[in-house]
Design a binder for this molecule. Structure first.
Ligand code: GLV
Ligand code: MN
Ligand code: MN
Length: 417
């Protein structure tokens, strides 16, 4: 059985983590299209060149490194992202990219030629922390998000993606991969506690839950905190907090493991003795069941309207991102499970709580994911950690699944099930 080089894989992840590293923490801040993101992209593109890959960049800044196959059959794709949230860990996304490059390097070392080409993709702006929606690069590549609309997106700092791409000097190359992809497989850390709790090393990912991001902007009236009677206030922050509390409490009343997060809140003028005139709050709702997710959205919206009206404030509502639940390819799930069994790795079938580029690729080709445990279930946090043994196990399963797909002649990716 082929082993990957775990020391090299860890060294690659750690080297990438030095780019945008936050102080003396283990974490990174590489918001999409920032200077740090640019440095990390250059680092990976350089590595791709060193490994002999043909490197291309598309209009939204996705990077593709292609290792040629022996035939012109559609390529197999793997990869993930290297942008991060502001409080990012070093494994989220980077594992999938580094492991894809490790597979390429092992293929090169072992002199293995494959029927199909292998493309390692680095999708731009997966996180959506600075520019919404998340999974933007894969959405543009797949085709459901128009490139011009994506480039015009204004981020949380008021600048557009177009301006940022110009600022950091990213321009598309002429040739990018064909959209006919044989299959897509992404290795990722779980980012939650399930694998650790079940004692499994490999997560066979069945799909991704639905994700709904909404921004509520509440307009009130600034006034003196000491002189304005409670009955005469139009307090924007009060309404925002009320919506956040409602969304959180709603979760226990909705079936299907409803989740709600008020992750971003800003208040104006944000002073101790001034009633806030404006508040902007985001609500992230997730559920594996689309009908329940729609119900949660309706209930939060109805509550927000009532809360705003009863305090005499205005309400503007904007959808930032919306993804229905996704099911991954059963064929790829069986391949992941079979590799784990062959390597005597304990596995667990599970949905993904986080959004991933693989869920967008699933719209265009058979797609799947492999998860490895996150210690303490911690992610989007500087302390995110996955043990080297688990990284190695995940990368070996990725190797097995990719190798099968790379030599598969059947176009439907069903051989060997
Ligand atoms: C992306 O990481 C998300 O699930 O929010
Ligand atoms: Mn990720
Ligand atoms: Mn993430």
């Amino acid at each position: 059985m082929v082993m990957i080089n775990i020391d090299r894989l860890c060294a690659r992840i750690n080297a990438l983590a030095e780019i945008g590293r936050v102080g003396d923490t283990h974490g990174v801040c590489r918001l999409a299209f920032s200077d740090e993101d640019r440095l990390a992209r250059d680092h990976i593109a350089q590595l791709m060149h060193t490994l002999g890959l043909a490197v291309s960049v598309d209009g939204i800044g996705n990077i593709f490194g292609k290792r040629a196959g022996q035939t012109e059959r559609s390529p197999v794709m793997t990869g993930s992202h290297i942008d991060s949230v502001r409080t990012g860990g070093r494994y989220d996304g980077t594992l999938g990219v580094a492991a894809g490059l490790e597979v390429v390097e092992r293929l090169n070392e072992l002199g293995i030629d494959t029927e199909r080409a292998l493309v390692v993709a680095v999708f731009a702006n997966e996180e959506g922390a600075r520019f919404q929606p998340d999974m933007m690069g894969s959405l543009v590549f797949q085709g459901d998000l128009d490139l011009v609309q994506a480039l015009d997106t204004i981020g949380i700092d008021g600048t557009s993606i177009r301006d940022n791409l110009r600022r950091i000097g990213i321009a598309p190359t002429t040739r990018t991969p064909d959209k006919a992809i044989h299959a897509f497989v992404e290795l990722h850390i779980e980012q939650g506690p399930v694998l650790e709790r079940t004692g499994a090393t490999i997560g066979v990912v069945e799909g991704v839950q639905g994700i709904s991001w909404t921004e509520f902007t509440i307009g009130g009236s600034s006034n003196h905190a000491g002189t304005t009677p409670m009955s005469m206030r139009r307090d924007a922050a009060f309404v925002a907090c009320d919506i956040a509390v409602f969304a959180r409490r709603l979760c226990s009343a909705i079936a299907g493991n409803q989740l709600a997060t008020a992750g971003s809140m800003s208040v104006f003028p944000n002073l101790v003795n001034v009633i806030p005139s404006k508040a902007v709050i985001t609500i992230d709702l997730r559920n594996t069941n689309e009908e329940q997710l729609k119900l949660a959205e309706r209930r939060v919206l109805a509550y927000a309207k009532d809360a705003a009206a009863s305090d005499g404030t205005t309400l503007d509502v904007r959808t930032l991102a919306r993804f229905e639940p996704v099911s991954f390819s059963p064929q790829i799930m069986s391949r992941v499970a079979r590799s784990a069994a062959t390597r005597s790795l304990r596995m667990h079938r599970m949905p993904s709580g986080a959004g991933h580029d693989a869920q967008i690729l699933a719209r265009m080709c058979p797609a799947g994911m492999i998860f490895v445990p996150s210690v303490g279930g911690v992610s989007h946090n500087f302390n995110e950690f996955t043990r080297p043994d688990d990284l190695e196990a995940g990368a070996m399963v990725l190797w097995d699944v990719l190798l099968e797909l790379l030599n598969e002649r059947d176009p439907a990716s069903t051989a060997g099930i």
